[in-house]
Design a protein around this ligand. Structure first.
Ligand SMILES: Cc1cc2nc3c(=O)[nH]c(=O)nc-3n(C[C@H](O)[C@H](O)[C@H](O)COP(=O)(O)O)c2cc1C
Length: 193
C-alpha cells in the first residue's frame, strides 16, 4: 500500500494553512486510487525545536517524539507540503519538522501547494526545493499556487477555491502518487545490503 502524507506547514493561530490542507485532503479522498492519503498538522504534532544530541544523519534518535516522527515519515512514500510564504521563505515550524530527520525523507517525491501575496508562495517553495535536494528527496515540478488569497474570500471570510485550482491539485496528487509508487520499488532495490 502506498502511503502519502499532506503536511500542513503553518502553526500560526488563525492560519489560512489548515483550510488549504483540508481542501487538498478532501480532493485526495475523492481520487480513484489505492494509495492512503493522510493529513499531518504540524500544529497538532507540536514538535519542540530540534533537541537531539546527535545529528539526524546518524539516525541515532533518543527522544520519544523524534522516534515517533521518524516512524511516521519512514512509513510514508510521498509528500505534499502545504506552505505559506514568510519573509520570502517558509515557516520555521516546517523547517524544524524537516530538520529532525534524514534517511526517512530520502528518495521520496515531494510536491508543493503554496499561498501568500502576489507571488503565491513561490519564493517559499524555491527555498523548500533546496532543502528537499539536501534531504535526497525528489521535488516535482508541478506546484499549485494561491496568490493574494485574501482578495478571494466571500462575505463570511471563506476562500472560494475554483474548479481550475481543484483540477491542478488533482494532477499534483496523481503525479505524487505515481512517483511514490515507482520510487517505493526503486528504494527497495537501493536499500538492499
Ligand atoms: C511572518 C510573516 C511573514 C510574511 N511574509 C510574507 C512574504 O514574504 N511574502 C508573502 O507573499 N506573504 C507574506 N506574509 C503573508 C502570508 O502569506 C499570509 O499572512 C498567510 O496567511 C500566512 O499563512 P498562515 O495564515 O497559514 O500562517 C507573511 C506573513 C507572516 C506572518
Amino acid at each position: 500500500m502506498t502511503n502519502i502524507k499532506i503536511l500542513a506547514g503553518s502553526n500560526r493561530p488563525g492560519r489560512f494553512n489548515i483550510h488549504v490542507a483540508n481542501w487538498v485532503h478532501d480532493i485526495a479522498q475523492s481520487l480513484d486510487t489505492t494509495a492512503t492519503i493522510e493529513l499531518i498538522d504540524l500544529q497538532e504534532l507540536n514538535l519542540p525545536f530540534l533537541d537531539e544530541v546527535h545529528t539526524p544523519m546518524s539516525g541515532k534518535y533518543e527522544n520519544k517524539h523524534t522516534i515517533e516522527w521518524a516512524q511516521t515519515i519512514k512509513e510514508t512514500d510521498g509528500f505534499i507540503i502545504v506552505t505559506p510564504e514568510y519573509n520570502h521563505s517558509y515557516p520555521a515550524v516546517l523547517k524544524n519538522a524537516l530538520d529532525y530527520l534524514f534517511a526517512e525523507w530520502q528518495f521520496k517525491p515531494v510536491s508543493f501547494v503554496s499561498y501568500g501575496g502576489m507571488a503565491g508562495g513561490a519564493r517559499a517553495v524555491e527555498h523548500l526545493r533546496g532543502v528537499a535536494g539536501e534531504l535526497s528527496m525528489f521535488d516535482l515540478r508541478s506546484q499549485v499556487m494561491l496568490p493574494s488569497y485574501w482578495e478571494k474570500m466571500d462575505e463570511s471570510g471563506a476562500y472560494q477555491f475554483t474548479e481550475d485550482q481543484a483540477g491542478q491539485v488533482t494532477k499534483l496528487l496523481e503525479q505524487t502518487i505515481f512517483w511514490a509508487e515507482h520510487m517505493k520499488s526503486a528504494r527497495s532495490v537501493l536499500q538492499k545490503p
